[in-house]
Every structure is written in C-alpha cells, then in structure tokens.
Design a binder for this molecule. Structure first.
Ligand SMILES: Cc1cc2nc3c(=O)[nH]c(=O)nc-3n(C[C@H](O)[C@H](O)[C@H](O)COP(=O)(O)OP(=O)(O)OC[C@H]3O[C@@H](n4cnc5c(N)ncnc54)[C@H](O)[C@@H]3O)c2cc1C
Length: 244
C-alpha cells in the first residue's frame, strides 16, 4: 500500500486545433462555406500567425463558442478519490473512472497529503489509518466471499475505503470548459491536489494551443484583480474593493 504521486498524460486532442477554431470563427463572419476554405487552410494559404491573430482578437471580444470544437483528453492517475469527487463536479466534461466495483482494491495505493507527510506524528497516524482500512477491506471481502457474495464482494467492501484511496480517470473537456476549469482550479483557493492537476493540464494545453491557453489560469489573471473576499485572497492581485 504505497503512497503515490500524480501522473497526468495528454492522450489526445482535436487535430488541427488552430485551423478548426479559425474556420469556425470564419463561418460566423464569412458569406462563403467554410468547408470550401478548409483544404486551403490546411495547405497553409492563411499563415498560422494570421490565424492565431484572428482567433485571439475574436476571443478577446468574448465570442467563445468556436473554441468548444476543440477538446483535450487526459489520462490521470495517482490522484485521490477526494480529488476525483471535486473533478467530476465539472459537468461540462466527459469522464471514465476506474471502478471500485470491478477492480479489486486490495493493497490500494493512496495519496499522502504533503502537510501530513511533513509532520511525523500525523504521517504515522495517517499510514496506520491506511493499513487499518486496507485490513478491514480485505477482511470484509473475505467474509462476504465466504457467504457467497463472490464477485460482488468488492462493491460492498469498498465502503470502508478512504478518500485518500488512489483512482485513475480519463477526462475530456473542450477548450471553453477547460478555461473555466483553470479559472476555478488554478486559483490558490482551490484545494492543493486539484490545483496541481489543473496546473499540469494547463501546461500541456499551452504547448498544444498557446493562442487559447497562453493567458489562461486563475480568474485574477484575466480580470487583473482578485474576485475573492479579502480574507481568501492570496495577495497576488488587489481584491476588488481596493480598486474603487
Ligand atoms: C474554491 C472552491 C470551493 C468549492 N466549495 C464547494 C463546496 O463547499 N460545496 C460544493 O458543493 N461545491 C463546492 N465547489 C464546487 C463548485 O460549486 C462547482 O460545483 C464546481 O467548481 C464545478 O463548477 P461549474 O459548475 O462552474 O462547472 P461545470 O459543471 O463544468 O459548468 C460550467 C458552467 O456551465 C454552466 N452550468 C452548468 N450546469 C448548469 C446548471 N445546471 N444550471 C445553470 N448553469 C449551469 C455554469 O455557467 C457553469 O459555471 C467549490 C469549488 C471551488 C473552486
């Protein structure tokens, strides 16, 4: 039952994301049919720089729906169920999560919070709790098996598993949803584990599509002020009342 760390892999993203967003924007403002323009776009008839400039300008105006045509799919492992519960609250997304019904959790891995790891007494108690939960899981599974529950034993034994229990999940979000996710979860108010995930996802999105993600992040980055109450603000930007 080792403590483990987060792993974030970009599995796939929509091909030709810049041209696709450019084409979707152009369809809004151009009398012609974007399908006729598409081969010329792919052939480089409109330079990448020109496409990026156009996209950046229109995005700045608040017209965001064309970026919904581009999605990113991440495989995430080494995260806690505490994190995944927060993640799946983001409804404009698709998820496929490792099942605790079909996958045996005997000897489960867990996430050890750094603040717990830093205090030997807390760490000792935490690790003991993981061992106790693991022992209870195995014992309940064995008892249920002995009572003929068979393959269904996992789904009842899992009720003793902790929030720290490791999970794996595949998540797909489109660019608009990702920008919103980053605004909420890259903020220092977000819980440390989901913030680390959001920052790792943002780094990969930036590599693929800088025109959309270069300036993405916590809401303060876009607003130029902190929208949180003063007591929650990290101090990087002034809180709103200070501006008036
Ligand atoms: C710092 C922080 C603390 C939090 N604390 C808590 C907490 O204590 N308890 C708790 O329950 N949650 C908490 N949350 C979760 C939060 O309330 C949201 O559920 C979560 O962040 C998902 O955001 P979302 O609904 O905007 O995203 P999505 O579900 O992806 O939705 C994106 C956007 O679509 C629109 N939308 C989606 N569904 C609807 C709908 N049904 N009706 C109208 N508009 C819709 C909204 O504009 C929404 O912002 C917290 C989040 C953060 C960042």
């Amino acid at each position: 039952m080792p403590a483990i760390s987060q792993s974030v892999t970009l599995l796939a993203s929509t091909p030709e994301p810049l041209s696709l967003i450019y084409a979707a924007f152009r369809q809004c403002y151009h009398p012609g049919f974007v399908a006729d323009m598409w081969p010329r776009l792919l052939a480089g008839e409109v330079s990448r720089e020109k496409q990026a400039d156009f996209v950046a300008r229109i995005l700045d105006s608040g017209h965001e729906s064309p970026i919904e045509h581009v999605s990113f799919t991440f495989a995430v492992a080494g995260i806690s169920r505490a994190l995944s519960h927060q993640l799946v609250r983001h409804r404009i997304a698709s998820y496929s999560q490792q099942s605790q019904r079909y996958v045996d959790a005997t000897g489960f891995d867990y996430v050890l919070p750094p603040q717990v790891a830093a205090v030997p007494e807390a760490r000792e108690r935490f690790e003991a709790a993981m061992a106790e939960a693991g022992a209870a899981y195995a014992a309940i599974q064995a008892i249920l098996n002995a009572h003929g529950r068979g393959a269904k034993a996992n789904e009842d034994a899992r009720f003793v598993l902790p929030n720290a229990c490791e999970t794996k999940i595949v998540v797909t979000m489109n660019c608009r949803s990702l920008l919103h996710f980053f605004e909420l979860r890259c903020c220092t108010r977000a819980q440390w584990e989901i913030r680390a995930l959001a920052e790792a996802m943002l780094a990969r999105c930036r590599e693929v599509l800088p025109v959309v993600f270069a300036a993405a992040g916590a809401r303060c980055e876009r607003l130029g002020y902190c929208p949180e109450a003063e007591r929650f603000s990290c101090g990087r930007y002034p809180v709103k009342p200070d501006l008036s």
